[in-house]
Design a protein around this ligand. Structure first.
Ligand code: NAD
Length: 417
């Protein structure tokens, strides 16, 4: 049994930590070699990124093609482990290209910082005092990030919410420009909290960014022709949308499909995918019931229109985006000029992803196409190596029964020969 009490583990250097884990976990020399291969991230960088680092964990990087957004073509990098996702996004974009591709727009990159006031004795008086001094508080917040201010961003507004239970919450609205904004906002909130305490005589507690980025939204819209899709498929897509609109069980999976695309782009660009996921799902339930992030309807000609709105807390600077060499490489492929444009690309990608999934679901089902692409994974799972993978997956597809059992049987036969 492994003893997890690794005293002083965090103090060790990268190589020493690797060594210790290799020994403790009984890794083979082949496994140790694999662990030591850290790709584009050297040990010095890895050691600074997270704690107790021992290596990297790779994901496949794919390119979604055919995307035209506001008249400009994009090659979208996607880091994801799930087969079919990149193919589906490209397919959705290819079909939207017939009508000019995606039209997008977005709001300013405004994020929210929250300062919690607890056991508030006089809510009305406290609110008034904060409102009266909001200019002074904004000035103080902006002293914390002169770079942000230099680029036209910074703290812009203060709002106060009474959330009951003797609690007030101060919202600090900050234009974070090309950053995701968490560090900038957290610093500002921590500096403002004692000032608010002095000003009001009330007690503050939490001071942190909110990932429900309702002021930082991106929208995308596209049209798919009836001539291309057929009347029945359009009907099926709208029925699928209505299903999601009326049932949170379906809406969750509907939105998961959207996030297949959005999260893959988030990871490829070194952004915080937990923030983007949390924000998207909370936004989906903002009106009290969990809803789909997209909507689909027919226009007068009977063509299908798809729309999406979602919060987009992406950055091009800060966090890992600037220091991860692969994130930089992906951004070079993507060619966006600012974080707002990245958010709009994410919205278009999410819409394409969702359209492609609903089209498949509403017609032949997703398993046929998906399992064809997944056959190689199943072949590998069954133990196929090198050239066997292609052979087993081909036989699996031809057999019409793409299952683990079948893959094992085919592999056994192949090796028997
Ligand atoms: P950051 O602090 O690393 O960098 C942002 C800073 O870069 C800005 O504040 C500004 O001073 C500077 N900057 C330079 N050029 C800029 C430009 N063109 N536009 C805007 N700013 C510019 O990063 P961040 O975006 O404040 O924070 C992101 C990180 O915080 C992520 O790693 C995220 O995972 C982490 N985080 C997230 C949460 C959360 O989401 N709840 C909480 C804590 C930390």
């Amino acid at each position: 049994m492994v003893n997890s009490n690794l005293e002083g583990f965090y103090k060790k250097n990268f190589n020493a930590r690797q060594k210790e884990i290799i020994k403790k976990a009984g890794l083979s020399s082949k496994e140790a070699k694999m662990l030591k291969n850290s790709g584009s991230l050297d040990s010095g960088l890895l050691d600074k990124m997270i704690e107790n680092t021992i290596g990297i964990f790779e994901l496949p990087l794919g390119i979604a093609n055919y995307f035209k957004i506001n008249g400009k073509d994009y090659l979208i990098p996607m880091a994801i482990e799930e087969s079919s996702v990149v193919a589906a996004a490209s397919n959705g974009a290819r079909m939207a290209r017939e009508t000019g591709g995606f039209k997008t727009k977005s709001s300013k990159p405004l994020m929210i910082g929250q300062i919690q006031l607890v056991n508030v004795k006089n809510a009305a008086k406290t609110k008034k005092l904060i409102q009266k001094n909001s200019g002074k508080l904004l000035k103080l917040a902006n002293l914390q990030d002169k770079t942000l201010v230099k680029f036209g961003g910074g703290a812009k507004k203060i709002e106060i919410r009474n959330i009951g239970a003797k609690m007030l919450v101060v919202h600090l609205i900050v234009d974070v420009r090309d950053a995701m904004g968490a560090n900038a906002i957290n610093t500002m909130c921590e500096v403002l909290a004692p000032e608010i305490e002095k000003l009001t005589g009330e007690k503050t507690r939490l001071r942190i960014i909110s990932n429900l980025a309702v002021h930082r939204l991106a929208e995308a819209k596209a049209k798919w022709k009836q001539k291309t899709l057929g009347k029945d498929v359009i009907k099926g897509i709208i029925e699928a949308y209505n299903f999601a609109k009326n049932d949170p069980f379906r809406a969750t999976t509907h939105n998961k499909g959207i996030m297949n695309g959005v999260a893959a782009l988030t990871i490829a660009t070194g952004n915080d995918f937990r923030a983007i996921e949390a924000g998207a799902h909370a936004f989906a339930s903002l009106k009290g019931k969990y809803k789909p992030l997209t909507k689909f309807y027919k226009d007068k000609k009977g063509d299908l229109i798809g729309e999406i709105v979602l919060p987009v807390q992406f950055g091009l600077v800060g966090g890992t985006t600037k220091i991860h060499p692969k994130a930089q490489l992906c951004l070079k492929i993507l060619k966006v000029k600012n974080a707002q444009e990245l958010g709009e690309v994410a919205a278009a990608l999410g819409l394409a992803q969702n359209f492609a999934a609903l089209r498949a679901l509403a017609s032949e089902g997703i398993q046929k196409g998906h399992m064809k692409l997944h056959a190689k994974n199943i072949a590998m799972m069954a133990g196929a190596k090198n050239k066997e993978i292609e052979k087993v997956s081909k036989k699996l597809v031809n057999s019409g029964q793409i299952s683990f059992d079948m893959a094992k049987r085919i592999l056994k036969e192949l090796r028997g020969k």
